[in-house]
Ligand binder design. Structure first.
Ligand SMILES: [Zn+2]
Length: 134
């Protein structure tokens, strides 16, 4: 059993709060991926239809879900930076969310440990804990 669960919980709370602040600095978050694609056109005799084929491109394309359906969007060179930025922030968002869940899980285990102890320590620094009681 750890010697100072209260101190550990305070440390977890501090980390939790600093991560929440990091969340606040994120911009828009976009899931999905940006890939390079090559295309075949429909004009007869074009090189993209010969053998070996010379496809058009590369073009940038975003693949992701829109209203629950996998969707593709053509992405221009000008748009590419924004897509990458939003997708990086989405990645960061996911990482932070997982960390917040993990920190909460650890805090919960520590609190359960404290709550298992005999009620002799009641009255000392217990005001912060009233929040988690019904
Ligand atoms: Zn073509």
């Amino acid at each position: 059993m750890p010697s100072h669960p209260e101190r550990q919980i305070a440390r977890l709370r501090a980390r939790f709060e600093s991560r929440v602040q990091e969340l606040g600095r994120l911009g828009f978050v976009l899931k999905g991926s940006v890939v390079q694609t090559y295309k075949r056109c429909s004009s007869p005799g074009c090189g993209c239809q010969s053998d070996p084929e010379k496809l058009h491109g590369p073009y940038w394309q975003w693949n992701g879900k829109v209203n629950g359906k996998m969707t593709s969007r053509a992405v221009s060179k000008e748009q590419l930076g924004r897509y990458r930025e939003w997708m990086e922030d989405a990645q960061r968002f996911e990482e932070i969310a997982h960390e917040l869940y993990d920190l909460s899980l650890q805090a919960n285990e520590l609190l359960r440990e404290l709550e298992r102890q005999p009620p002799a320590r009641k009255g000392r620094g217990s005001s912060r804990r009233t929040r988690s009681r019904p």
